[in-house]
Design a protein around this ligand. Structure first.
Ligand code: IMP
Length: 205
């Protein structure tokens, strides 16, 4: 089946830039939800990253089908898992302490909850799942993670969200201290997108 369009289920321009950089040599035209003219209210009520990514991709695929558009729909879901906190905030990363609470407050709260916890028990990871829904209903998902530790203070000016408290022992830097190209190359989202690219190639895109 020849597909000439991929729609990525996000309203986030930063994510769109990243997916363009990684997927541009694949062939099909890459469109954001807005460019594809779909606007659907999606309730992300899954309990896993896979469920939430699939909920988003399926909802957009349904809307496109109703408009008669043939496209592969991709969606992502991601978050931070802190081992000492039983993998919190996990799928609730964006909603942790409330969607409108600043990350300065969220980050300070996580550091405070880990007060007195030694380095080796501060392990954490960013996880990303990319889901794909084909026009004929086939579904795929890829997952990737980047391992690190929760630091003791915020550091770095780049990135977003929990990047300033996420220390990468392998690189001797906080995630917010990486430049964007470097982060794309090693990040959970970059790696999950690369895996999805392989799946799309295998499925003859
Ligand atoms: P999503 O857009 O629903 O996947 O939200 C994921 C949430 O997880 C974000 O709002 C951030 O709080 C957190 N998160 C995911 N990836 C990253 C990252 O690369 N850096 C910092 N925080 C992240």
């Amino acid at each position: 089946m020849k597909i000439d369009k991929i729609v990525f289920a996000t309203g986030n321009e930063g994510k769109m830039r990243e997916i363009r950089m990684i997927m541009e040599d694949l062939g099909p035209e890459l469109l954001s939800m807005k460019q594809a003219g779909v606007d659907v209210d999606i309730v992300e009520d899954g309990e896993t990253f896979e469920e939430n990514a699939m909920i988003k991709a399926s909802a957009i695929a349904q809307a496109l089908r109703e408009d008669g558009v043939q496209a592969v729909v991709l969606a992502d879901d991601s978050g931070l898992e802190v081992d000492y906190l039983n993998k919190e905030p996990g799928v609730y990363s964006a909603r942790y302490m409330g969607e409108d609470t600043s990350y300065t407050v969220k980050n300070a709260n996580l550091i405070q909850r880990l007060e007195g916890v030694p380095d080796e028990e501060r392990t954490a990871r960013f996880v990303c799942v990319i889901a794909a829904v084909f026009p004929d209903g086939r579904k795929f998902a890829t997952r990737a993670a980047i391992e690190g530790r929760i630091g003791y203070e915020e550091r770095g000016q780049n990135g977003f969200g929990y990047d300033p408290i996420f220390y990468l022992p392998e690189y001797g830097k906080y995630s917010a201290e990486l430049d964007p190209e470097e982060k794309n190359r090693i990040s959970h989202r970059g790696k999950a997108l690369e895996e999805m690219k392989k799946v799309l190639r295998q499925e003859s895109l």
